[in-house]
Ligand binder design. Structure first.
Ligand code: VGL
Ligand code: ZN
Length: 213
């Protein structure tokens, strides 16, 4: 049973650049939209995230001479995948999908806004020390269980799920409400890491069936 205070749905990066045809397209990424719209009705508390980079962002291959998208590079905080230019602040590609209907969503967390640090996670930036403030917000409002949906399973969803566990929340990833990038085995690795951390894998039907009976 989804409770109004304890349970929070975190909808990750449902933005045009992650949709088919977008700058960093996730295969079948658009399919999550109706699934999320349906399952979100069970939640009174929803938080959205938005990948939100300056054009000069360190994660863009285009900002490193001679580097190509999907290569990796060592940065001061560790290994960074170099991505195509995506989700540039205030561009169409960074906008949330117009068919996402979650009117009760209260907070939009924008992440990846620091020029020199990426942030897959909605909780902690890639330097692993700079908080976004989301953990404090969720604690403040009495959240205990965080349910995740959105894009991409193996990057922003997985990193957010792991950090939510680290912050002491129960965590469930709604598998059919997510789609993956799957770069060099990243999806299998992400599920392994999430399993090891005690993140539970559920289906949207578990939620919607429970709510309608
Ligand atoms: C994401 C790669 C780069 C994501 C964001 O939303 O999963 N992936 N920026
Ligand atoms: Zn990004």
């Amino acid at each position: 049973m989804i409770k109004p205070v304890e349970d929070v749905l975190l909808v990750v990066d449902v933005q045009y650049d992650f949709m088919p045809g977008g700058a960093l397209a996730v295969a079948r990424g658009d399919e999550v939209v109706p699934v999320i719209n349906r399952l979100a009705r069970a939640f009174s508390h929803v938080v959205l995230t938005q990948d939100w980079h300056p054009r000069s962002h360190v994660s863009f291959a285009a900002n490193h001479a001679g580097r190509a998208p999907f290569e990796t590079m060592t940065l001061p905080y560790g290994e960074q995948v170099l991505w195509p230019v995506h989700c540039v602040q205030d561009t169409e590609g960074a906008a949330l999908h117009r068919d996402l209907h979650v009117p009760q969503a209260r907070l939009v967390v924008r992440k990846g806004h620091h020029e020199h640090v990426d942030s897959y996670s909605a909780f902690l930036e890639a330097d692993r020390v700079t908080p976004t403030g989301l953990a404090g917000y969720l604690r403040d409002v009495g959240a205990q269980r965080i349910w995740l949906a959105g894009l991409a399973t193996d990057y922003c969803v997985a990193w957010s799920a792991l950090d939510a566990r680290e912050a002491g929340f129960e965590v469930r990833v709604i598998e059919d409400a997510c789609r993956a990038i799957d770069l060099n085995g990243s999806l299998a690795r992400a599920w392994q890491d999430m399993d090891d951390a005690g993140v539970k894998r559920v289906s949207s039907q578990d939620i919607t069936a429970r709510e309608t009976t």
